[in-house]
Design a protein around this ligand. Structure first.
Ligand code: YXS
Length: 257
């Protein structure tokens, strides 16, 4: 079991517990996480907290690199991580990311796909495709563009540097930055407040905001150009080198080919 799901009154919580693999978002972990979400949706929770608990230094290490396909789109629509991000955005109640520890790669996209983000002093956030030579996908890139100032999104994407809790607060990646000792109580209190409100109104507002926020007219030619750019990257030698270097626990040597 890589997740623990709980329901307290009308609030659900899911804790990622695959700490020995730093909660890498593997097909198995994602499957358990989405099944837990489905159970809690059926129980009509009015808010859902997503956490890795307080014992770990790593909230999640992002996509399971061992499961990234080579020579084909690594973040295709059907990829388990992409399915999870859509499940979070379509969940009928607010999903609150409670972040203690570092967040990497696609896990940062997961946190940004949540409705609210509460972090403590230990949290940090990195987006890391350039560490692997991987082409991030369009939905994910738009997610970063919408949640962060463009120059901040660019700095995070071009450098893969983890931003600190203080930077995450400054750039509104966090709704609230609270002391570690208060993180759980603060997040539970926020969820309890939401749970006292009219659930149908909250559900409709969440879906309205998602649909209005997602409306991005994309001309077919632009879409095809993006796909060509991404295809050139994920069929490159550098992408294969990035994955191989991770598996061999060494620094990658990128040649631009
Ligand atoms: O060697 P064992 O078997 O003990 O396993 C090690 C790591 O291989 C494993 N692990 C992962 N396995 C698959 N996918 C991962 N993303 C991943 N991360 C870690 O967990 C075991 C413990 O790892 P270790 O020894 O490195 O732990 P640590 O505490 O020293 O360091 C924790 C991290 C998170 C700083 C370190 O594990 C790390 O840098 N992990 C990779 C973070 C990362 O680059 N994630 C991006 C994944 S790709 C992705 O999400 C997107 C597609 S994108 O690239 O676009 O951002």
């Amino acid at each position: 079991m890589y997740v623990i799901a709980e329901k307290l009154h009308q609030i659900g919580s899911i804790t990622l517990t695959h700490h020995e693999k730093r909660n890498a978002l593997s097909r198995v972990l994602i499957g358990e996480l989405m099944a837990a979400m489905e159970r809690l949706r059926a129980e009509k929770v009015r808010a859902l907290i997503l956490t890795a608990g307080m014992e770990t230094r790593v909230w999640s290490a992002g996509h399971d690199i061992n499961e990234l396909p080579e020579g084909e789109d690594p973040l295709a629509y059907s990829d388990p991580l992409e399915q999870l991000l859509r499940a979070v955005r379509h969940f009928p109640a607010p999903v609150i990311a409670m972040v203690h520890g570092s967040v990497w790669g696609g896990a940062t996209d997961l946190v940004l796909s949540c409705d609210l983000v509460i972090g403590d002093d230990t949290c940090s956030f990195a987006i890391t495709p350039v560490n692997l030579g991987l082409p991030y996908n369009t939905v994910g890139t738009l997610n970063f563009m919408r949640r962060l100032p463009l120059n901040v999104a660019k700095e995070m994407m071009f450098t893969a540097r983890p931003i600190t809790a203080e930077e995450a607060q400054r750039w509104s990646l966090l709704n609230h930055l609270v002391p570690e000792a208060e993180l759980h109580a603060f997040t539970l209190n926020l969820a309890r407040g939401i749970a006292t409100k009219a659930p149908l109104a909250v559900e409709a507002l969440k879906e309205q905001l998602r649909m209005l926020g997602d409306s991005a007219p994309l001309q077919p030619g632009i879409f095809e150009r993006i796909q060509e750019l991404r295809n050139n990257v994920y069929t490159s030698r550098d992408y294969r080198e990035g994955i191989r270097a991770f598996k061999e626990k060494r620094k990658p040597e990128f040649r631009g080919e």
